[in-house]
Design a protein around this ligand. Structure first.
Ligand SMILES: Cc1cc2nc3c(=O)[nH]c(=O)nc-3n(C[C@H](O)[C@H](O)[C@H](O)COP(=O)(O)OP(=O)(O)OC[C@H]3O[C@@H](n4cnc5c(N)ncnc54)[C@H](O)[C@@H]3O)c2cc1C
Ligand code: SF4
Length: 574
């Protein structure tokens, strides 16, 4: 313990919530210190060999300080990221706005209702600000040198034939520079605020490796954008720093206890010496799981915090499926970024309005009329290792199997199966190639999950419980699309084991209109704890439906703007 360091604002985590708030506070002249537990990944540093990937997990007690943080809960798995830039390092770049009518306002009742205290109109200027700072472009489908990705066109056409809307969604990827025609491999110039890595970046070379980290700097990840801008404005960004404790200070502000990791050292986090920093404002942006864990773990130090803490967890309705045997030329899965097309399937609220008040498809609703998005997924993504693990019989396969075993060893309670082998058996030998691709589904599941901490471990129960009708509909829709593409649909084997895997965990410290319905207000401030904010996915009171990062970033931008305009924090603790 010890140290007298003080900052105006401490930000915990450097994903969408943390990077945006750090930048906005620093730009406004506040002294900002950002604590990120993971390391920095300049272009060229992302793992590619099976041996490197096998070690690329977050588990400090085993000496692993890598990029992928895999969680296993009672009925589902979750994958998040650990590194400077958070989930942007491994995400599939899709930056969609949340549908206007999906900001539903159910009457509060039971566990799974949604009541968004903000609307699309509230976020609109912030969506625009984030899109501008990150830089979004659409996949240049059909243009010279971008024609090899047949899956882009096939999924779009299949979706439209079934009567849905389909588009190339906005991507946080640079294909062309400064309004020039897109061209792979062109140099990307540095913005006026510079770049924290100081390494050259080039336009997308269409390798399909976005979920493993972009070694070319073509993804406009948060380290290249918001975090570089934050540092330019004086923010002090520290990697390997993990926040552990939060204590309100007499007279206002907070003391944050943190530990410093040394990559490669085999030390349990709880055994590391704790240091402290004080601040006037504390922004929690450690991701849905990280922030909710921090708040639950420190609950005793936060009297009067809402009883809604840990409630309203949603996996954003994530479901993974596979198509194989699509006839004709190869799908060209490795010739484009991971996601290039999004098919939107409507929701019952689209026709009768999400803001009308009353019940709009919450817990009591059938679930079968809840909207969703279905997107293509290129190879190689993380699912690819599992497929290949089942089909290869060599050294690489053995190592990849070991990676899977690492994941499996963290499963608790559920049936233990070799998922890679299951996928391989389903697809058959050789089908994990030309005519096959994963489909990624997501949408308006029911946020019934309950997060708790037992023996210092995070637990999530009661999810996906009531969302079963939603998942069944999504599964049927993916099957329809697969057949429309002329291929054969394969359910994710995890679904066969009644488990799902989410890469979009949300909720746990969500916003509400008052302390009985939420942990934070619509500006991200924790009820009864002035100056303490939640700026990440934990803040959302239900599924986004579409990919959530842009909505998280826009919420964080709105939070920071309001806090900066509000001036010094007023002391009103109970
Ligand atoms: C494979 C994959 C593909 C995806 N594709 C998309 C996509 O195309 N579009 C989309 O919108 N979303 C996508 N997502 C989801 C997206 O990554 C997340 O929704 C988003 O990153 C969440 O932002 P956040 O600010 O809530 O937290 P995160 O981005 O998860 O950031 C949290 C950060 O906090 C750090 N941290 C955690 N605990 C602590 C602590 N105690 N102290 C210090 N630091 C801490 C973590 O290391 C991490 O860097 C994808 C996710 C995955 C895994
Ligand atoms: S396809 Fe390859 S080069 Fe393009 S953004 Fe993804 S990882 Fe980077």
């Amino acid at each position: 313990m010890g140290g007298n360091e003080h900052a105006d604002v401490v930000v915990v985590g450097s994903g969408f919530g943390g990077a945006v708030t750090a930048y906005r506070f620093a730009e406004a002249g506040h002294r900002v210190v950002l604590l990120e537990r993971g390391k920095a990944y300049p272009p060229g540093s992302f793992a590619r060999s099976p041996t490197e990937i096998a070690a690329n997990f977050w588990d400090p007690s085993q000496g692993r300080h890598g990029l992928f943080d895999v969680w296993s809960f009672a009925d589902f798995e979750a994958v998040v990221s650990s590194g400077l830039g958070g989930g942007s390092l491994i995400y599939a770049n899709v930056l969609l706005r949340k549908d206007e009518k999906w900001f539903v306002r159910d009457a509060p009742a039971g566990e799974g209702y949604e009541n968004w205290p903000i609307s699309r109109a509230d976020l609109e200027p912030h969506y625009a600000a984030v899109e501008k700072t990150i830089g979004v472009q659409r996949f240049p489908k059909g243009q010279p040198r971008y024609q090899a990705s047949r899956r882009t066109e096939l999924l779009e056409q299949a979706g439209e034939r079934l009567g849905y809307t389909a588009e190339q969604p906005p991507l946080a990827v640079t294909f062309g520079v400064g309004g020039d025609a897109p061209v792979p491999g062109a140099p990307i110039g540095e913005p006026a605020y510079g770049n924290i890595h100081g390494r050259p970046r080039i336009t997308c070379v269409l390798c399909g490796e976005c979920d493993l980290g972009c070694n070319y700097g073509s993804k406009n990840t948060l380290d290249h954008t918001y975090l570089s801008a934050a540092v330019h404005h004086g923010a002090n960004v520290r990697v390997h720093h993990e926040a552990r404790s939060i204590t309100p200070r007499d007279g206002g502000g907070y003391t944050v206890g943190y530990v410093v990791h040394t990559p490669g050292d085999v030390v349990a986090t709880s055994a590391l010496p704790q240091r402290t920093i004080t601040c006037d404002r504390l922004v929690l942006a450690a991701g849905t799981l990280g922030t909710t864990y921090l708040l639950l773990r420190n609950r005793a130090a936060l009297p009067g915090i809402s009883r809604m803490l840990g409630r309203r967890f949603s996996g954003n309705g994530d479901l993974l499926g596979f198509v194989s045997g699509v006839p004709g030329p190869a799908l060209g899965s490795a010739h484009a970024p991971v996601i290039t097309t999004a098919v939107r399937v409507p929701d019952a609220v689209d026709s009768h309005g999400g803001h009308a008040g009353g019940h709009t498809g919450g817990r009591g609703g059938p679930g079968a009329d809840r909207g969703c998005y279905i997107e293509d997924a290129g190879y190689p993504g993380f699912a690819e290792w599992l497929v290949e693990a089942a089909n290869l019989d060599n050294e690489a396969s053995r190592i990849v199997r070991t990676v899977y075993e690492l994941i499996r060893s963290r499963l608790t309670g559920g049936p233990s199966r070799q998922i890679g082998a299951l996928v391989g058996r389903l697809l058959g030998p050789g089908e994990a190639s030309a005519g096959a691709m994963p489909l990624l589904g997501m949408g308006r599941d029911i946020p019934t999950g309950k997060i708790s901490v037992r023996d210092d471990y995070l637990q999530i129960e009661n999810y996906p419980a009531d969302s079963q009708p939603y998942f069944e509909r999504l599964d049927r829709l993916m099957e329809d699309l697969a057949e429309e593409m002329g291929g054969k649909y394969h359910r994710n084997p995890l679904t066969l084991l009644s488990r799902v895997i989410t890469v979009h965990p949300l909720g746990g410290a969500s916003m509400g209109t008052d302390i009985t319905t939420g942990v934070i207000d619509e500006w991200g401030e924790v009820f009864n704890h002035p100056g303490l904010y939640v700026a990440d996915g934990a803040a959302l009171p239900g599924p986004v439906g579409a990919n959530p990062s842009l909505t998280i970033a826009a919420f964080a931008d709105r939070l920071a703007e309001h806090a900066v305009d509000a001036g010094p924090v007023l002391e009103t603790q109970p």
